[in-house]
Design a binder for this molecule. Structure first.
Ligand code: NAI
Ligand code: MG
Length: 477
């Protein structure tokens, strides 16, 4: 007998989406130009029209942020800045359901994740950084460390509001002001956040939001009034930004791509490890820079493990992101779907073996079934390139040394996981893995107190924790 769930959709009546938006500059919503549509990727329904920010919009936003920096924000004590951050955090909690529904509509990720992961973490980031604002002088960050001034922040579409929080909370806690550009497919929660800034009576110009595409982002990066850049996105754009600011005084943190290895030893608790692998690659449709997109399995348990993984994957519920039972939602955009399809096709043509459970995918919207590839070797493109979708490449190993070599054989170095019952093996392996975050017997655990970032092509610098704060500060006089 199969057990069927009745549909359990979350109501969308709590959100109020305007037909058209402009930018948020100097504490006010201002009109914009050259509007483009933002859609619900699960249905292709047009949700709203967003303005494409040009150089003059960026100029106005930077001028507002500069004025707010010199006139108000840099004059406030840390304690006073902290009060605003606490206020923002509390309003975010009060309006959590509204944010969760809006994020799910605009991004396609399941409500279960926006409700239980994204939005609670967003509030946690503001609470955590609120606590830092009045302690910066006593934290080993140097004697009276100083803000840089205006921070230009460019964020991606995979965790829209969470990436905003990762960037805005430490910037404000340290006394910087902000010009932020959300991703073109997922700007709505950033614009709702602008309302929260108004509700919290944050001084005008401390947070400015300019919507738009890569050209808007590029105008922010090149603007002479910007003192620090914080970027999360593709390695390709990260490299462009690094080139654009070379030779200037601008500081930057870049959080880029990954090809995380999840290494499972033959003594690992198999059922728990299967659960962790599923979470590592199918959380957020695999649109996760630190996804465990390579499973590196010890040969002796490979067959049993893959069988159990298939049984577990057959239980993943793909469908309406607003349904509270959905595990895997829509792919964020047609472009991203095409990229996933293309790379999966390369997996087929290079001789790896594809498997997906039977799924009823809707004809409308952008969907990709949870997928694994077995028989993958190091030479395959699906073992080397970031797919950024629900696709797992499975490799095997015989000796622990071979596992580490395979795991580290990547241009990236953002995340890794180790699964073993033996403490000494975990300590040994975590020391060998060249990744910014290594999880042991768990995966995709995030906490504002924990620094996050990568080695090699995964980026520069760290976000979160004390390390993340230091990127927004310079030595005091
Ligand atoms: P992207 O890197 O083009 O976009 C990220 C952000 O950068 C967006 O806000 C975008 O408007 C902005 N941007 C684009 N060009 C810019 C430029 N020249 N200067 C300044 N800002 C610019 O990422 P995209 O095209 O959305 O996704 C492409 C691939 O990148 C994905 O398939 C995935 O592999 C990877 N990616 C990785 C992310 C991560 O968290 N590591 C997040 C998003 C994408
Ligand atoms: Mg959208």
């Amino acid at each position: 007998m199969t057990f069927e769930y009745a549909p359990a959709p979350e109501s969308r009546s709590i959100v109020d989406i305007k037909a058209k938006y402009g930018h948020f500059i100097d504490g006010k919503f201002v009109t914009g130009k050259n509007h483009f549509a933002t859609i619900n990727p699960a249905t292709e329904e047009v949700l709203s029209q967003l303005a494409l920010g040009g150089a003059s919009d960026v100029d106005k936003a930077v001028a507002a942020a500069q004025k707010a920096y010199t006139k108000t924000w840099s004059k406030l004590s840390g304690k006073e800045r902290g009060k605003y951050l606490y206020r923002i955090a509390r309003i975010l909690q009060e309006r959590a359901r509204e944010f969760a529904v809006l994020e799910t509509l605009d991004n396609g990720k399941p409500i279960r994740e926006t409700r239980d992961i994204d939005i609670p973490l967003v509030a946690a980031h503001f609470f955590y950084h609120a606590g830092w604002a009045d302690k910066l002088d006593y934290a080993g960050l140097g004697k009276s460390p100083q803000p840089h001034g205006v921070a230009g922040q460019i964020i991606p579409w995979n965790f829209p509001l969470l990436m905003l929080a990762w960037k805005v909370a430490p910037a404000l806690a340290t006394g910087n002001t902000v010009v932020l550009k959300p991703a073109e497919t997922t700007s709505l929660t950033a614009l709702l956040f602008a309302q929260v800034c108004q509700e919290a009576e944050l001084p005008d110009g401390v947070v400015n939001i300019v919507t738009g595409d890569g050209s808007t982002g590029s105008a922010i990066v090149k603007h002479p009034g910007i003192h620090k850049i914080a970027f999360t996105g593709s390695t390709e754009v990260g490299k462009k930004i690094a080139r654009a600011i070379a030779g200037t005084e601008k500081k930057a943190t870049l959080e880029l791509g990954g090809k995380g290895a999840n290494v499972v030893f033959d003594d690992a608790p198999i059922d728990e490890a299967v659960e962790g692998i599923v979470n590592g690659i199918f959380f957020n449709q695999g649109h996760v820079c630190c996804a465990g997109s390579r499973l590196i399995l010890q040969e002796g348990i490979a067959d049993e493990f893959i069988e159990k993984l298939k049984v577990r994957m057959s239980k993943i519920r793909v469908g309406d992101p607003l349904d509270k039972n959905t595990d895997l939602g829509a792919i964020n955009s047609r472009e991203q779907l095409l990229k996933i399809q293309e790379l999966a096709g390369v997996g087929d043509s290079e001789g790896a073996e594809r498997w997906s459970p039977a799924c009823n995918l809707s004809a409308k919207g952008f969907w990709f079934a949870p997928t694994i590839f077995t028989g993958v070797t190091q030479a395959h493109r699906i073992a080397r390139e970031e797919i950024f979708g629900p696709v797992l490449s499975i490799l095997t190993f015989r000796t622990p040394q071979e596992a580490i070599e395979k795991a580290n054989n990547t241009p990236f170095g953002l995340s890794a996981g180790v699964w073993s019952e033996k403490g000494s093996r975990i300590l040994w392996a975590t020391q060998q893995l060249r990744a910014g975050v290594v999880w042991a017997n768990t995966f995709n655990k995030f906490d504002p107190a924990s620094p996050f970032g990568g080695y090699k092509e995964s980026g520069w610098g760290r976000e979160g924790g004390k390390h993340g704060l230091s990127a927004y500060l310079k030595e005091g006089k």
